[in-house]
Write a protein that binds this ligand. Structure first.
Ligand code: XIL
Length: 371
């Protein structure tokens, strides 16, 4: 089937008669820069990518000019969530996600899908209508259609996002979500199996936050995660990778490289890959001074990456945005002085920051992954 782009080109072809002037292409000037983060990553057979908001994609050409320079992969920050894809129980709307997919194809970037199952960003109709009788059908219909629509275009799926919350007191530390209430723990099996069936070639990821620090509540989350992953693997549920979101906190002192390395080794020993899926470094606990903030963020990220990247199971790094022009942190965890945060590799002028150098540097010193 032709992609939307080629279909449009085919339709336009008869209008471009022999005498027609060549079509004008409005391309933003390509900034001339040293190799981008994905080049550093690909030297190690890894990838670097960023979450892209489709509003930015449509409106900020300067921002978007830097995406193909830095990235080998993109992920929809919002476009692949149920609230975007499912306006009504009987309808799918792929327009936003297709926009990103078309962009990615045009720039030869790989595409991640995020997320097939999450307890947040769902349409209002979903939770009230779920029952133990209809939930499996609703879930498999969503995954079959969505993964089917992006078959061979999305190379990695966050199949289940944020499945654990030990404080909820459920088996394996599972979070008490709409899906757990309707289906019990087997919602996870159903999701991974449906995804595998709809596109066997896409990497299937279980994505989670709060696994990064040597804090008691995160220790409980790591243990719950290992228990969950072991159980899934023992029962041949087709999970293939753990996504460590890696929303880091530049002011957090409990970053223990030994704890991180051990956790990655434990995950890898289950035969799983690891993807750093949503990295950013918040600075709402740091002073206002920009040079100081940037240096602290960069050092923090470098310490984190130096602990995690040595494990060859780690196949790539994705940041939750590319430039400080837009970060979810300014809405969800604003600084008390209201200054914008600086959590991403490029600043608001799209200049590379110390954090950029930390990511490049950490990739440069890691090992080449096996072919
Ligand atoms: C956030 C997006 O950045 C926001 O734009 C959106 O409103 C809500 O979701 N963990 C996740 C992501 O898995 O989906 C979240 O993204 C950030 C935290």
């Amino acid at each position: 089937m032709p992609s939307p782009l080629s279909r449009r080109m085919l339709l336009a072809a008869p209008l471009l008669g022999a005498a027609a002037p060549p079509p004008r292409v409005h391309k933003p000037p390509t900034p001339h820069l040293a190799p981008g983060l994905n080049t550093h990553a690909s030297r190690k057979r890894m990838f670097y990518g960023a979450a892209i908001d489709t509003q930015i994609l449509r409106t900020d050409t300067a921002y978007m000019a830097h995406v193909p320079i830095e990235c080998g992969m993109v992920v929809g920050e919002y476009a692949f969530k149920w609230s975007q894809l499912r306006p009504a129980p009987d309808r799918f709307d792929f327009r936003q996600a297709d926009l990103l997919a078309t962009y990615a194809a045009r720039h030869r970037l790989r595409l991640r899908g995020h997320a097939l199952v999450w307890y947040q960003s769902n349409p209002d109709w979903l939770e009230p209508m779920l029952t133990p009788d209809n939930a499996e059908n609703i879930l498999t219909t969503h995954i079959r259609n969505t993964v089917g629509h992006f078959r061979r275009r999305v190379v990695q799926w966050d199949v289940v996002n944020e499945a654990i919350l030990p404080e909820d007191g459920k088996p394996h530390g599972l979070r008490n979500t709409l899906w757990l209430k309707a289906l019990g723990p087997r919602y996870i099996d159903i999701a991974f199996e449906s995804c595998a069936k709809a596109d066997p070639g896409a990497l299937r990821v279980l994505n989670e936050y709060g696994l990064e620090y040597a804090l008691p509540w995160q220790e409980r989350r790591r243990n719950a995660m290992l228990e969950l992953l072991s159980d899934l693997r023992a029962r041949n549920v087709p999970v293939q990778a753990l996504g460590m979101q890696s929303h880091l906190d530049g002011a957090e002192i409990h970053l223990d490289q030994k704890v991180l390395a051990k956790f990655c080794a434990d995950v890898a020993s289950l035969g799983l890959k690891i993807v750093i899926t949503e990295m950013d470094v918040r600075d709402n606990g740091l002073p206002a001074d920009i040079a100081l903030r940037d240096a602290a963020i960069a050092a923090h990220a470098r310490a984190y990456l130096d602990a995690v990247l040595p494990n060859p199971a780690v196949i790539g790094v994705v940041t939750w945005g590319l430039s400080d022009r837009r970060s979810w942190l300014d809405q969800t965890m604003p600084r008390t002085d209201k200054l914008p945060q600086r959590p991403l590799p490029l600043d608001t002028d799209l200049k590379r920051k110390p954090l950029w150098a930390s990511i490049a540097g950490a990739l440069d010193v890691t090992t080449v992954r096996p072919a």
